[in-house]
Design a protein around this ligand. Structure first.
Ligand SMILES: Cc1cc2nc3c(=O)[nH]c(=O)nc-3n(C[C@H](O)[C@H](O)[C@H](O)COP(=O)(O)OP(=O)(O)OC[C@H]3O[C@@H](n4cnc5c(N)ncnc54)[C@H](O)[C@@H]3O)c2cc1C
Length: 397
């Protein structure tokens, strides 16, 4: 298959599928290696307005997907640490940004099949195989596959997850770290209306975040110490519902019908460069953050959109999409978006886990200023949705 493809995407998670669909939409001949079969992902993801514009460009939004999803009209931060210096409660309202909703909470089990169907309609070739290595051959990158075949393309979009084989094969090192936390993921029914409000309760073991789903249901991301997370995951449905009701202070009324939990160990990762040797890193292959402020997939969608835009433009103009200058441009733009967000999320998370007074004071002051100084409040809201400059074309308002 030497030279047959413009773009090879490795990975069929949400980031890889979005990158493949956008590449094919730009006219690039695109192949996707799906990697090992994985279970249906139980997570829901808060996709902010710029990400929804990407889905709109792919003709997936609004549509069937919206019926599985729920708008996020208000985001509420509640200090539940019980510390001496409690931060003031903060509620951000989407109407302050002239939108009805900051974004929508979308289940990955609906998003991924919709993206895959769109890829197929746009002509993406899918191969059920895993990348094992990479070799540069002139103006092409040859990716070796587990079944022994090679596939060549002008550039590779490595969206093969946090343990990315292609990141390593391209000689890109990554800084990795672990948190003494795990995220419990479930969803549940409640007797009170959520009114489109997502509540993030900050506890000494991390945030406990309820996110609206259609009707009187919400999804939950509950960060806990790993041993406690294992205990919670082993509870019966009724016991789990009771724990959720206590942790949410009864604010959603009576909790029932809690689904089985999935537990995700908490890690962080930053690749030392986001592009090298004809490889663009996309999604968790490039960056991993704890689920605070709904940033992970939103950043990954911006990776996918920018990589497809840069490579697509180069192909249209007859330029080399794997040119070092283009890769450096991608690296600069994506790092400027990702690294400051990772730093803020990491600080916020560590300030909860630490019981040092200066950390508590810093968090309380930071949240107080973010909520009550009008200029900073509106900047925090806008930045939470996306960077104010450098957005990929199709994600701009
Ligand atoms: C609890 C939790 C809640 C979250 N909530 C939000 C949220 O509300 N909003 C938000 O923006 N983000 C959120 N995130 C982050 C978001 O879920 C992730 O960023 C996103 O799912 C990662 O997608 P990905 O496609 O990069 O990686 P993955 O989903 O890990 O996909 C990687 C793919 O690569 C494939 N693969 C692996 N090895 C190979 C190989 N050798 N060759 C080819 N393919 C390979 C795998 O099979 C898989 O298909 C959350 C994360 C967690 C843990």
């Amino acid at each position: 298959m030497e030279g047959a493809f413009d773009i090879l995407v490795a990975g069929a998670g949400p980031a890889g599928l979005a990158a493949a669909a956008l590449s094919a939409r730009s006219g690039a001949k695109t192949i996707c290696l799906t990697g090992p079969d994985t279970d249906v992902d139980p997570r829901t993801v808060a996709i902010m307005q710029p990400g929804l514009r990407l889905l709109q460009a792919l003709e997936l939004w609004p549509g069937d997907l919206q019926g599985h999803s729920s708008p996020l009209k208000k985001l509420r931060l509640v200090d539940d640490t019980g510390g001496i210096l409690a931060a003031p409660e903060l509620t951000f309202d989407a109407r302050e940004t002239n939108e009805d909703a900051f974004g929508w909470n979308v289940p990955l089990k609906a998003l991924c099949p919709a993206l895959r169907a769109r890829c197929e309609a746009l002509g993406v070739v899918f191969v059920s195989d895993s990348a094992t290595g990479l070799e540069l051959r002139g103006n092409f990158a040859a990716v070796s596959c587990a079944d022994g075949e090679d596939v060549s393309a002008r550039v590779v979009f490595a969206a093969d997850g946090r343990a990315s084989v292609l990141r390593k094969a391209a000689g890109i090192a990554a800084q990795e770290w672990a948190y003494d936390q795990a995220a419990i993921v479930t969803h549940f029914a409640h007797s009170a209306d959520h009114r489109g409000i997502s509540s993030e309760y900050h506890t000494p073991s991390g945030p406990f975040t309820t996110v609206p789903l259609p009707g009187r249901r919400s999804s939950l991301v509950w960060m806990e110490r790993p041993a406690r997370a294992a205990e919670i995951a082993a509870l019966s449905g009724v016991e789990l519902a009771r724990e959720i009701q206590i942790a949410s202070h009864g604010e959603l009324g009576l909790i029932t019908d809690a689904a089985a939990c999935h537990v995700f160990p908490m890690r962080g990762l930053t690749a030392e460069t986001f592009a090298k040797s004809r490889v663009f890193l996309i999604g968790e292959a490039a960056h991993v953050v704890p689920p605070i402020g709904a940033q992970g997939l939103n950043m990954s969608l911006r990776d996918a959109a920018l990589a497809a835009e840069l490579a697509g433009d180069a192909l249209q103009w007859g330029d080399d999409p794997g040119d070092d200058k283009l890769l450096a441009r991608y690296d600069r733009a994506r790092r400027a978006d990702v690294v400051p967000r990772q730093t803020v999320i990491d600080l916020m998370n560590r300030s909860l886990l630490s019981n040092l007074l200066p950390m508590e004071l810093g968090r309380a002051l930071g949240i107080g200023i973010a909520g009550h100084v009008p200029f900073i409040r509106s900047r925090v809201m806008r930045q939470g949705l996306a960077p104010e400059t450098g957005l990929p074309r199709l994600m701009r308002a």
